[in-house]
Design a protein around this ligand. Structure first.
Ligand SMILES: NC(=O)C1=CN([C@@H]2O[C@H](COP(=O)(O)OP(=O)(O)OC[C@H]3O[C@@H](n4cnc5c(N)ncnc54)[C@H](OP(=O)(O)O)[C@@H]3O)[C@@H](O)[C@H]2O)C=CC1
Ligand SMILES: O=C(O)[C@@H]1CCC=N1
Length: 266
């Protein structure tokens, strides 16, 4: 029988997951049901054949896989209401919620459910996510299903749950950090002569190419930097000025601050 997936919380990430699943053809749109209270924003998914509802209970009755994609402070209340309708023989859960641990979910649902935590990023909408996954109480078949699902939507890494907060920062917040880096390049590019559109194209494609070099060659960034930095040239002059201004240090401090925010808030 075909698997059916409920996405509880069709916001930024929930809809991105649904879009990625549709594009990948991993599952038929009619086997995806997405929920949120105001379903008006789910029209474009509905037009693609996805089922949408504001009734979480209806969604879990329909599905066997339940992806939780609501805000961290909402999950306990939502799960408490769903608890009578969830059955460990039928349902397996995948939470993409930041800072909510398997033990937190078990406090509401008990210990019998198969639970996964997955940490994708918004590039999942175009099948270019990195998704870190950890599992609890999962069969080989269930693990294969979840890994296969997220493999269709980018790359996956199985990790221990204790690294999930770090995965959130590096992989999910990382999309925003990368965007800010690109934006700064665009601003610089405009100042030295390009129009905004051309500067955006050059900046984004350059970052994409740099990332592809690392992913295909498995080199360290500094090896690739050595190939760009002509002695006494303009690249090293610019790089050194960036470092004098605290470039790497500010990024590292930002990463650690995001991490502390998750650890201290949850
Ligand atoms: N955005 C990202 O890049 C990433 C987010 N995450 C995590 O994913 C989760 C979702 O984040 P994000 O998508 O950005 O947040 P959003 O606020 O965009 O999405 C949450 C959605 O949940 C819906 N919702 C709220 N209450 C209910 C309810 N009772 N039943 C069903 N749906 C409900 C909201 O819609 P409505 O108000 O209409 O009900 C909203 O659209 C968070 O826990 C976040 O930490 C993880 C990795 C990356
Ligand atoms: O900013 C946040 O809290 C969430 C988690 C990772 C991306 N967005």
């Amino acid at each position: 029988m075909s698997k059916k997936i409920a996405i509880i919380g069709g916001g930024n990430l929930g809809t991105a997951i649904a879009e990625g699943l549709i594009s990948s053809r991993f599952i038929s749109p009619k086997h995806i049901i997405v929920t949120k209270r105001n379903i008006a924003t789910l029209r474009s998914l509905e037009e693609k054949g996805v089922l949408v509802t504001s009734d979480n209970e209806e969604a879990v009755k329909y599905a066997d896989w339940v992806i939780l994609a609501v805000k961290p402070f909402q999950v306990k209340d939502i799960l408490s209401k769903l608890q009578p309708h969830l059955n460990p023989e039928k349902h397996a859960l995948v939470s993409v919620i930041t800072g909510v641990w398997i033990k937190d979910i078990q406090e509401v649902l008990g210990n019998n459910f198969t639970l996964f935590r997955a940490m994708p990023n918004t590039a999942i909408a175009i099948q270019q996510s990195i998704t870190c996954i950890c599992k609890h109480n999962a069969s080989v078949e269930q693990e294969e299903f979840v890994t296969n699902l997220f493999d269709q939507l980018g790359k996956t890494v199985m990790i221990e749950e204790k690294l999930m907060d770090a995965a959130t920062v590096l992989g999910a917040c990382g999309t925003a950090y990368a965007m800010r880096y690109i934006r700064a390049n665009i601003q610089g590019g405009i100042e030295i002569g390009f129009d905004a559109q051309t500067a955006s194209l050059i900046a984004a494609q350059t970052v994409k190419g740099a990332a592809e070099l690392l992913l295909t060659r498995h080199t360290h960034p500094e090896q690739e930097i050595d190939k760009v930095t002509t002695p006494k040239g303009c690249t090293i002059a610019g790089l050194n000025e960036m470092e004098h201004q605290g470039f790497s240090s500010s990024l590292i401090k930002g990463v650690v601050t995001s991490y502390k925010k998750i650890v201290n808030d949850m």
